[in-house]
Design a protein around this ligand. Structure first.
Ligand code: AVJ
Length: 322
């Protein structure tokens, strides 16, 4: 086996996989779930009855579309920038309303997946042909740098789907700070945060009977098998989900059901698992007003408004620069 510092990795995925599986306890980053197969599995998750987040946010946007569209609007027009646009199903509610009101805007969906962006552009062409679309392929981080170049008119930055939930609080503050730095005084950040609620409801959303979420997590192992020439046996791992109501953190693991050794050829790595050893794969953080206020304070943002359902299951907040 080589020493880590002597290896030149073929990709960030290769390097992060090496580090995560050589660590104790073992971990993998959830962002790598989203290859073509992972994108499809996430679509299926959003259609599951247990996964309340998507329909909750959709309803909030539908119920409040006129007020949201009005708050986005500006006499000189706006650039609507969406980080992690995905299939744009929820955003279309807002786009439709902006068109109806004949507000001047262009839509800049940002996503890592070129595939998702192509699909989105196609569907917009069909459903809302009047929308001016400028897709941007890239990571949040890289695009945030480019973002600050859009400063000729008001920017509204959208982050829907509680995507921030995959970040630790520290990472979330950094993410928000990066956005804040790219914002000017009149710009707005519109962001969805899944809220703390009945722990059973949260646990069920990430622990479906049909096994889709298990397959979603195991796609990490499949992707390592495919792209890094490994021999993970998917059946030898069990998806395990926890929710801690104190911290508001749902945590996903893959647990090795046997003592086993996995070979990752392109990393020249042998990974040994003890029986019942875990790989941590994802967090899905849940929030309340206090936590969101704390995040905003630490990132130099102020909460201007929020929209929610009757049960406060999910909330969309509007932030501005302090
Ligand atoms: C896309 C990060 C919002 O954490 O709820 C869904 C991803 N993981 N089921 C979430 C996910 C398992 C999702 N986010």
């Amino acid at each position: 086996m080589k020493n880590e510092s002597q290896i030149t990795f073929q990709s960030a995925f290769a390097e992060d996989t090496y580090k995560g599986l050589s660590s104790y306890p073992k971990f993998l980053y959830s962002k790598y779930i989203y290859d073509e197969k992972g994108d499809k599995l996430f679509q299926q998750i959003m259609d599951m009855p247990e996964y309340y987040l998507t329909s909750c946010e959709f309803d909030i946007l539908e119920m409040n579309a006129p007020e949201i569209a009005d708050s986005f609007q500006h006499p000189e027009g706006v650039d609507l920038i969406e980080l992690g646009a995905g299939d744009g199903k929820k955003t279309k509610v807002i786009l439709k309303e902006l068109l109806k009101k004949e507000y001047d805007f262009q839509y800049l969906p940002v996503d890592i997946s070129q595939h998702a962006l192509d699909d989105l552009q196609q569907s917009l062409k069909k459903e809302l042909p009047a929308v001016k679309v400028k897709p941007q392929q890239g990571t949040y981080f890289k695009t945030l740098e480019k973002l600050s170049e859009y400063n000729s008119r008001k920017k509204v930055i959208l982050v829907l789907g509680s995507n921030i939930g995959n970040l630790s609080h520290k990472e979330a503050v950094n993410f928000l700070k990066n956005i804040q730095t790219a914002m000017s005084k009149e710009d707005m950040l519109f962001m969805g945060f899944d809220q703390k609620k009945d722990p059973q409801v949260i646990l069920n959303a990430y622990n479906d009977e049909s096994g889709i979420t298990a397959a979603f997590n195991k796609n990490l192992l499949e992707r390592i098998n495919r792209e890094l020439e490994a021999n993970f046996k998917l059946d030898a791992f069990r998806h395990w989900e926890t929710y801690d109501p104190e911290t508001g953190t749902a945590k996903s693991f893959l647990v090795s059901e046997t003592a086993q050794t996995v070979r990752i050829k392109s990393l020249e790595l042998e990974v040994k698992f003890d029986k019942w050893e875990s790989i941590h794969t994802e967090i899905s953080q849940k929030y309340d007003d206090h936590i969101v206020q704390w995040l905003a304070d630490n990132a130099g943002l102020v909460i201007e408004n929020d929209f929610h359902d009757a049960a406060n299951c999910y909330k969309n907040y509007i932030f501005r620069r302090k």
